[in-house]
Design a protein around this ligand. Structure first.
Ligand code: HEM
Length: 454
């Protein structure tokens, strides 16, 4: 735990709204600028008192050492709860601990190994569907791909029938939650607005699919290895209790919401950068061609694809999908030698930290070499934390770290990507996650991998 005193600077804003306007108009700019002002920057967003923490030692305090004194941000929690119910992203205290303890083994790296073939198979199917010269919104394509992968990991045997409904429902629910996050004033939940009715209907549709699938698993005493069957059969190691249907339903929806577009966005940014940087693309192609020689990759190939993994990690640095982590203080708290009052919001931004000039050389450059095995990183934990840290660290991080490189290696063998025009620029749109504004239109070029395996 850090006991030193760190500088705190107050950002003054409008007497009524504080820094709300700057935060809404250019959220990333505001976070990056504030992170460079001081290790702790205090400001108001409307009536909410906020502190942005931007020093690795203090981020450790926030996520690890002092996590017991902090809760999820109540606004975020309320919006998510309407969509998901009470699951890993919305529960607190003992309830959260119990769910985490039970679900973590299902997403352990050795368990994820069992999903690797399906990850590559779905990417191969996309290769077959695409054609040379096609112009595609790569963000949408990656989103569809990761959605079908999560669906199969969750439902396995009966995933195909579910995919179409889920594919229409999950993004629509995500879009509603995003709009609600961005709103200055929340509309009371009990008001039967068209948006609330649609949100309820979509959530019910998904809930029905999950409930039917749970019912089938329970009725047949199924013994499969999909996530749903694992959840149905799970018992709490301490108490022997099982998850209820309602709890499983919430966890399935949570895994969809947290696990689908985060990975899809990271992949989207990789393809964008490969389209811009031919030297990196050439090295990437050389590695996958040499290691795979045209065959689809499997879990055991990952170890022999270090450059592919480095490319994925660098995209997670420059474009961390979870660009802003938030906590709320239930009681007064000391952070970095300063008194933080109860009911304040504490934030830290992986996006701002991953681009901090005091921590990274030439931080805006996309350079996978930073993650080379023998590179001298001068590592400080919490200078790079795309999956967060501490007890709430992303439970799907091993899933993403297997899925991402496997998709890159499968698609990279058959396609390369081109910008639609040489001065095509990327504009970011920070919502719940960090997406590209207007999608990611790119041209697909079919390629033939070198045949010989190393
Ligand atoms: C590149 C992909 C991903 C990124 C960048 C990412 C990022 C994160 C981050 C930063 C957190 C911590 C949030 C906080 O501390 O407030 C988190 C939590 C979480 N993530 Fe991920 N995630 C990714 C993929 C996934 C996948 C594939 C799954 C599921 C299959 C998943 C499920 C979750 C869940 C359930 C939590 C809540 C954990 C808890 O509070 O105990 N994520 N993720």
């Amino acid at each position: 735990m850090s006991t030193a005193t760190y500088t705190l600077v107050e950002r003054k804003g409008h007497w009524l709204t504080g820094c709300l306007r700057a935060f809404r108009e250019d959220r990333l700019g505001f976070l990056v600028e504030s992170a460079r002002i001081a290790p702790i920057v205090g400001f108001r967003l409307g009536h909410r008192r906020v502190y942005l923490v931007s020093h690795p030692d203090l981020i450790r305090d926030l996520l690890v050492t002092k996590h017991r004194h902090l809760a999820r941000d109540p606004l975020v929690r309320r919006i998510l709860e309407k969509t998901l119910g009470v699951g890993l992203l919305t529960s607190e205290g003992e309830a959260w601990k119990r769910h985490r303890r039970m679900i973590a083994p299902a997403l352990h790296r050795q368990q994820v190994r069992g999903y690797a073939d399906s990850m590559a198979r779905h990417a191969l199917a996309l290769n077959e569907r695409w054609h040379d010269g096609q112009e595609a919104d790569v963000e949408q394509e990656m989103d569809g791909l990761t959605l079908s992968i999560v669906t199969e990991a969750l439902f396995r045997v009966d995933s195909t029938a579910r995919t179409a409904t889920v594919a229409a429902t999950v993004p629509a629910l995500q879009a509603i939650a995003t709009r609600q996050f961005d709103r200055l004033l929340q509309i009371p939940d009990w008001l039967p607005t068209p948006e609330h009715r649609r949100q309820r209907a979509l959530s019910d549709t998904l809930g029905r699919i999950v409930s039917e699938a749970i019912h089938r698993r329970r009725a047949s005493g199924a013994d499969g290895d999909d996530l749903l069957t694992l959840m149905v059969n799970m018992t709490d190691p301490d108490t022997g209790a099982r998850l209820s249907d309602e709890e499983i339903r919430a966890e399935v929806l949570t895994l969809y919401l947290a696990g689908d577009d985060t990975t899809a966005l990271t992949l989207t940014y990789v393809w964008y950068h490969l389209a811009r940087q031919p030297e990196i693309t050439a090295r990437f192609h050389a590695e996958i061609d040499a290691v795979l020689g045209g065959r689809p990759p499997g879990f055991d190939d990952l170890e022999r694809l270090p450059y592919t993994r480095m490319v994925f990690k660098e995209a997670l640095r420059l474009f961390p999908a979870a660009y802003l982590l938030m906590r709320a203080t239930a009681e007064p708290l000391d952070i970095g030698g300063h008194h933080i009052p109860a009911k304040s919001v504490l934030m830290t931004s992986p996006y701002a930290m991953h681009r901090h000039p005091e921590l990274w050389e030439d931080p805006e450059r996309f350079d996978p070499e930073r993650f080379a095995e023998n590179a001298d990183l001068g590592w400080q934990k919490f200078k790079y934390f795309p999956f967060g840290g501490g007890p709430h660290i992303c439970i799907g991080n091993q899933f993403a770290l297997v899925e991402g490189p496997l998709i890159l290696a499968t698609i990279g063998q058959r396609y390369r990507f081109e910008l639609l025009h040489p001065n095509q620029q990327l504009e970011l749109e920070p919502q719940i996650t960090l997406g590209p504004k207007g999608g990611m239109p790119l041209r697909l070029r079919r390629r033939t991998p070198a045949r010989e395996a190393a």
